[in-house]
Design a binder for this molecule. Structure first.
Ligand code: ZN
Length: 686
């Protein structure tokens, strides 16, 4: 394990800057902490609000991440007030949080970490705490007592597992008081604390103790086969992905029975090595390594038994049985441990392991699913190391319950901002790189949806997906090339979509073209092209959507972007009007065929949306201007003057109507047609 401290970088830094530097070094190493885990502190003399020097502790705030931490994420507390607590015998979490809130030098700074007291009770300038995989690996062996003695001798104190809070803090403080010569405290099933008179010393000791654990585990594992490969489970990537994509919608439906979930599929080498091993079935069911693992991945993952990886029907059946069994087990575990203090949480797994295929993780969005998956990579790494040393063991069933149903954590959930209208939803928009499609993709994303941006213009689609993810969060949009007239490209986009998010809730079928020309002058080629894109394209995409949504069993909403020409066709627009009429008729039949599966199908009919549109080519504008006897510049105003409201229709106006039809506010509407044309009496639906 590398010591990353650089004297050159640390030179000329003040105490706060050194704390940030040290914290980020710890945070940058995923084998030490991930996703907000771990914490650091320093004790200094600070100015209080009266301008007087006061002894203070600056500690990581709750909810920040060491990797990217900044000075503002560290609240400071009056140390003398905090230290008074050491004389108490006990204190509840609520009392502790309320007390610490009164100790803050700046009441507006973030809430200090739940492990604040532990930092305070260690009488050293700098304190570092991590959840290092290497340390957890040693504490999570059945032989931990002997192993830790062998590795550390008198160098580190070992404290048995207790959930973080006052009792653990006091116990650790007392242990170090009694053994002032130790360099660190190892918390069983949790992690490591080290300290020093400087931030460098605390960091050096931390890296040193973790390295000792790491080297020991490596040495012990030498020549041992920890995970034995089961040959029948090893598949080539293409076959693995075909199975994963085919099962994902079913799985998503199964785990979304209480709350809709986004899935993430993962077949990284370490995951495959684990799920393809003879040992994984039993080891995966032992229990969680630490409290942090428990909070993200629940007490255990679902292990799906498989016998014949060639037989998809059988695999689907085993997945169904696996989920039912998991829910029963989870409910039993809840009943066995609850005091009736909190109703049962969602009983569905966060991590699903399937031999041969890989792992799925679930979450309320792509980021949460990524976090659960990442944590499970660390679980695998801990299990591998413990099996090299001895035998993996975990938090007890009761301890896992006390973490998942920890009032502090449940309270945190209540602080989360309310979810947006399309949170947890996945939407696919065709022709999304420009104009109306782009405005729709942006609008759905702003309301919380994950958006699959598809277009024949792959660069435009990728740029938009990047823009949406930058604005709204990790993997909130993904771009796939899709020519809607190509059966293969449509199928390939759906395959990738199932691997990326696990399923689909909303389709906005938007891609279209507008060829012009009187029918007697129209080439067969132009006529055919209009039908291919404006009719067949919608059919090819909708066919995949219906298959997916039926498999998923969660209903869904399909919105087709039609045109006012369907109801009020115009001269020289024969190919356009006829092909768009086919699209709308297709939508209506889809509504009839799929109502019983909870799928709604509706149409929006825009008119004359020019802004950013690829539909309105230069040629089309010139042609329409000529047809109406005006100049191109007058065209927009001409369209405005012919509608009842005398308004210009924008892509955002269409996006708003699509949002309404896509989301739950139109739950009882299907087979409908909604004009977005500022009022055209010839195009009134009837
Ligand atoms: Zn911790």
């Amino acid at each position: 394990m590398q010591n990353g401290w650089s004297e050159a970088e640390a030179a000329n830094k003040d105490e706060m800057e050194l704390l940030v530097y040290q914290s980020r070094l710890i945070g940058a190493d995923a084998s030490l902490v991930i996703w907000g885990g771990g914490n650091t502190s320093i004790k200094t003399v600070s100015r209080d609000f009266r301008g007087q020097d006061t002894s203070a502790m600056t500690v990581k705030g709750s909810g920040s991440d060491l990797k990217t931490i900044e000075p503002k994420h560290f609240p400071s507390l009056r140390l003398d007030d905090v230290l008074l607590l050491f004389d108490r015998d006990s204190m509840s979490d609520d009392e502790m949080v309320a007390y610490l809130a009164q100790c803050m030098l700046d009441p507006k700074s973030p809430r200090p970490s739940i492990e604040t007291l532990l930092h305070a009770f260690l009488p050293y300038h700098s304190v570092v705490h991590s959840h290092a995989d290497a340390i957890v690996a040693l504490t999570n062996t059945q032989e931990a007592d002997d192993v830790l003695k062998e590795v550390y001798g008198e160098r580190a104190a070992v404290v048995e597992y207790i959930r973080p809070g006052f009792t653990l803090s006091k116990l650790v403080g007392q242990r170090v008081k009694d053994n002032p010569s130790v360099d660190g405290v190892i918390l069983v099933n949790h992690g490591l604390f080290t300290w020093g008179d400087s931030t460098k010393e605390a960091y050096d000791k931390h890296i040193d103790l973790v390295s000792q654990a790491d080297e020991y585990a490596r040495h012990k594992a030498k020549g041992k086969t920890v995970f034995t490969v089961v040959r029948d489970r090893v598949m080539e990537e293409g076959q693995r992905h075909r199975i994963a994509a085919a099962l994902a919608p079913l799985l998503r439906g199964l785990v979304s029975q209480q709350q809709t979930m986004v899935l993430r599929y993962d077949d990284e080498p370490d995951v495959l090595e684990f799920v393809n091993s003879r040992e994984a079935g039993a080891l995966s069911q032992v229990g969680p390594a630490t409290p942090d693992h428990t909070l993200q991945t629940k007490i255990k993952p679902l292990w799906v038994e498989t016998e014949d990886l060639e037989n998809l029907t059988r695999l689907a059946e085993q997945l169904r049985q696996g989920i039912s069994r998991y829910v029963l087990d989870y409910s039993g575990w809840y009943q066995a441990n609850t005091d009736g203090d909190h109703p049962m949480l969602d009983p569905y797994p966060r991590v699903i392991l399937m031999p041969g295929v890989g792992m799925w993780s679930t979450g309320k969005d792509a980021r949460a699913a990524l976090i659960a998956g990442d944590i499970y990579h660390h679980t695998i790494s801990v299990i591998r190391a413990t099996q090299g040393v001895g035998h993996y063991t975990s938090l007890t069933s009761k301890d896992a319950y006390d973490v998942e149903y920890w009032p502090m954590e449940l309270y945190k959930l209540t602080l989360a901002p309310p979810e947006r209208e399309l949170s947890r939803r996945i939407a696919l928009v065709t022709g999304a790189a420009h104009g109306i499609g782009k405005a729709i993709a942006e609008r759905l994303a702003a309301e919380g949806a994950h958006v699959v941006v598809t277009d024949i213009d792959s660069e435009g689609a990728m740029a938009l997906a990047q823009e949406i993810s930058d604005k709204h969060g990790y993997a909130r949009a993904t771009a796939f090339d899709m020519d809607v007239t190509s059966q293969e490209q449509v199928a390939s986009a759906f395959h990738k979509l199932c691997l990326t998010y696990g399923g689909l809730d909303i389709l906005v079928s938007n891609a279209g073209i507008a060829p012009v020309g009187a029918i007697h002058e129209l080439s067969l080629q132009d006529w055919q092209r209009a039908l291919d894109i404006n009719a067949t394209g919608h059919f090819l995409v909708a066919r995949e959507v219906v298959k997916l949504m039926r498999e998923q069993g969660m209903g869904g909403s399909l919105v087709f972007v039609g045109t006012k020409n369907v109801l009020s066709p115009g001269k020289d627009f024969g190919a356009y009007s006829a092909s768009k009429a086919a699209e709308v008729q297709l939508a209506r039949v889809l509504a009839i065929e799929n109502g019983e599966y909870g799928m709604r199908v509706n149409v929006v009919n825009p008119d004359a949306v020019f802004e950013g549109s690829n539909l309105w080519s230069k040629e089309l504008k010139e042609q329409r201007a000529q047809a109406h006897g005006i100049t191109v510049d007058e065209l927009e105003d001409f369209y405005r003057q012919r509608n009842l409201l005398k308004e210009r229709v924008t892509a955002e106006d269409v996006a708003e109507a699509v949002l309404f039809l896509a989301g739950p506010r139109s739950a009882k509407t299907t087979g409908a047609m909604l004009p977005v044309d500022a009022g055209l009496k010839d195009a009134f639906p009837r």
